[in-house]
Design a protein around this ligand. Sequence first.
Ligand code: FES
Length: 679
Amino acid sequence: MSQDPLVVFTPSGKRGRFPVGTPVLTAARKLGVDLDSVCGGRGICSKCQVAPSFGEFSKHGLTSREEALSDWNRVEARYDEKRGLKPGRRLGCQAEIRGDVVIDVPPESQVHRQIVRKAASARAIPMDPATRLYYVEVAEPDMHEPSGDLQRLETALRREWGIERLEADLSVMAGLQPTLRKGGWKVTAALYRDHAGGAHKLTALFPGFHEAGLYGLAIDLGSTTIAAHLTDLDTGAVIASSGLMNPQIRFGEDLMSRVSYAMMNPGGDQEMTRAVREAIDRLAVEIAGEAGIDPAHILELTFVCNPVMHHLLLGLDPVELGQAPFALATSESARLTARDLDLGQLRDAARVYVLPCIAGHVGADAAAVALSEEPGKSEDLVLMVDVGTNAEILLGDTSRVLACSSPTGPAFEGAQISSGQRAAPGAIEAIRIDPETKEPRFRVIGCELWSDEPGFLDEVGASGITGICGSGIIEAVAELRIAGLMDPSGLIGSAEQTGSARCVPEGRTHEYLIWDASAEGGPRITVTQGDIRAIQLAKSALYAGARLLMDERGVEKVDRVVLAGAFGAHISPRHAMVLGMIPDVPLDKVTSAGNAAGTGARIALCNIARRAEIERMVREITKVETAIEPRFQEHFVAANAIPHKTDAFPELSRLVTLPQVSFGAGADREGGRRRRRRG
Ligand code: FES
């Protein structure tokens, strides 16, 4: 008795025997091969494309001949004529098995195709979004068997896709009947399924086969900016990224001032909620316009944000977050609709997922960093730092992950710095001070040349040098220390003490002059003693937070440091180490993760299982509260010196020798005793 033909699918290697005449898609489904289909085998969607391979396959023990699949049928010919099939491709739902065959499933035909992430982490995310499209043909109404249109749609989804429970949003119900009739009873349903299970929710219905695809928005809602990535929910590709300033800035620059605004002004929280929601709505339309897609095809949104932004987005009063014990209204993830957030430009039923917060000061943005960078899967002990107005810090490896937030204040962003400014063209972003001559040279954003290179001034123009941004001030302070112009306590020496005329008196202290265009009406850019104090407070808070987590973990050193966020991407690890912002590790063990929070939002958008994973991860993270921990204060004071009063920095000493200078008996009189408020 002859055996049924043997079918081998690659790359999975899944194999089985099937009777002659079995469609390839049916064989794939029976074997659990990852082969996509939206139209249910009707030859409309082309998602099921496969590439048969022919020849002798000794590794599979078969010979695959051309006649192993049925000839092209009318459906394939029509599809090829209208849209074109790549050479060698067949529609899996149309091609039938006739003999032994090897069939390759190309990446774009796999349901759970992998999106390859940037090389730095090089981990792939399998596509498995919460919302998917299903094409169905619905029975027409029949007077003899009365039933609702929704019920017949439900029956079709059950019959063709095995979907058992369906719930329809009221807004979709309103369009159900006209859509069914417009599509001639052929429709594409967008169904959302929660990662915790339950019914499928009908979030949109399109007449006929919906070819325009589905999109999602991954939104990183920061206190200063709102960044959105428009993502194709089929391929995972980011098709447009855009951002705008958070309009809440008009209610207060930093988070604490926004909490205060809510405290002082009845209804102030609602005002801020309205402002941010309107901005997100506008951003969604703008980004869709940029990409040339209809905003009505955006059916998923994910949000990452700090706890205060989280509350203000959801319309929760943030007042409790402004005072100990910093209680969140909820730390759980939120699953909502666009209507709940008043996003009127999107479909009412579009789904929103807000990542969970870790604690009252460690938000969903830190959770997103954990999702993206996976400290809990690291074999070595990794410290992850996301620096903003608060530094959110994670420390962990496979055994345990700890998290805390440290009130660094806005100095690292160039705020509260005399010549400070946001990172924008004209801002000094990098600086070097010659240890011999004590002369500075620098680079500004928007110009590739260093200030001592020919043509620099022509390229920027004197007025093109406007201030110092966060990465610039960190380098400036570290360079002052390396050049011996500032002592370990942070005191700038006088011209006599340092031998540099650039150290000029400023009241009872000194400042270092970087650039003076005041004669031409331009800026005079200096690093003042006050600037250094502000940076010392910020870096001490960051280091103390890291040390507190290390204490909690019982370790004296970490194996590597990951800097997340835009700030992390621009900061020089060497200068950060000289400053003592981060614990001492070999320099090549300090890496930047880029916008890890944004990446986390994208992961949650593309893969439903990762939503469950971050919720579990957040529950398991050990939360450490810096505000109530006395050791934080001790670490804070000791970290005030540059790089540190007591901790050794052996790796740093291998790279630079810091001059032993001292510029005053009362050098450490301020000693970092002040404690910054949260912000
Ligand atoms: Fe849609 Fe084959 S399953 S074309």
